[in-house]
Write a protein that binds this ligand. Sequence first.
Ligand code: SF4
Length: 466
Amino acid sequence: MAMTMTEKVLARRAGKASVAAGDNVWVNVDVLMTHDVCGPGTIGVFKEQFGPNARVWDPERVVIIPDHYIFTADTHAHRNIQILRDFVKEQGIKYYYDPDFIRGEGMPNPYKDPTQTKYKGVCHKALPEEGHLRPGEVLLGTDSHTCTAGAFGQFATGIGNTDAGFVMGTGKLWLKVPPTMKFVFHGQIPPYLTAKDLILAVIGEISVSGATYKAMYFAGDGIASLTLEDRMTLTNMAIEAGGKNGICDVDDKTLAYVKARSNRPDWEVFKDDPGCEYDSVYEWDLSKLEPLVAKPHSPDNKDTARNCRDVKIDRAYIGSCTGGKITDMIFAAAILNGRQVKVPTFVVPGSTEVHADMLRLNLQGQPKADGEKSIWDVLVDAGCTMGPASCAACLGGPKDTFGRLNSPMNCISTTNRNFPGRMGDRNAGVFLASPLTVAASALTGHITDPREYISGPIPTGQAGVV
Ligand code: SF4
């Protein structure tokens, strides 16, 4: 029976020769991820259902990555971190990335050196960096953007605390196999587009509910031409169309990264079989796609950046698991290099590794020579306000969160969600766009097509490669 990649991964971990869309199967989970927002609730469910002395099913497969409410004086946020610390100690959990600078009350001082802290930053960025993603595996996480990991050819999806508490105790979950929608991109990615434009095109076409409980498979030479990091932007936003998971083919870029990082050897690469059944197929020609934005207040409220040139913006934001990767920073810095932003522009690295790379690499994504500017230097010189790695204002958070929209304003942002109140004030308007479009708009104070600033390909060198 011809199967899709998603079906093959689920069949493998269900111990079956084959599965089909609509089948319900018990799936063995490879990794369960949780963070500071949902971890305490998951632990509560686990203890309630399995007893106060229960042990997690595998302390090497539960990965805990605090990232959401880190740089805040909020006492509830600090309490959550302490709950995670206590649980990790009690259970002997091997992979926990502690914000070790949080000690006691008040706003914590950020890490001084991003290479000298156990803290990693945004979970979806830290998971591949720390070797927890592999083709053919099943990753479940208590965060809707867990689907990001599908860029590595695995099945990855977000689950609620109740399901996660069950997985914590058993290592299994009852899952329905989703049908697969195929999104094919033809041609090479042009220098003025990033994966953000591609996924906004998809969501604008099918709507925020267009892929509800379906696998979103991104294919074609256009996807092959993307960096592995940019593919993560595509799969990250599968959930914004209601997708159960997003998934990409495994190629040499994926294999090089996983082989260099993975902490387990036993994974398997799958491909869609010829003749496998798709729920639907959509196609785009990349040479015809323009830089896009999603206007307030929905990721499917698509328009071209060109059409929105009369929209004034008050703030620009570059960060999150969608737009805070090192290649996103290079894209933004390439446009801002030697220029000055016109509106307050907040920059938040997606992880401490991204932060370190911003200090270490030059604009071409190569180790910087003595006297040469780093990516960080370029952004500081352009007038950006720089913050430490975390989710920060992507989801609003407590009032003292870096970059939070604390009053009604227009913000253009590399993040993934723009529902009312998502980044703070309910009356703020968030325009989602690529790091290129956000940077170009920061320079003019109105939404700007990045083609006005781009004359050729933007090299990203070694950035995000392994
Ligand atoms: S950066 Fe934003 S979307 Fe990503 S995990 Fe954090 S809050 Fe969620």
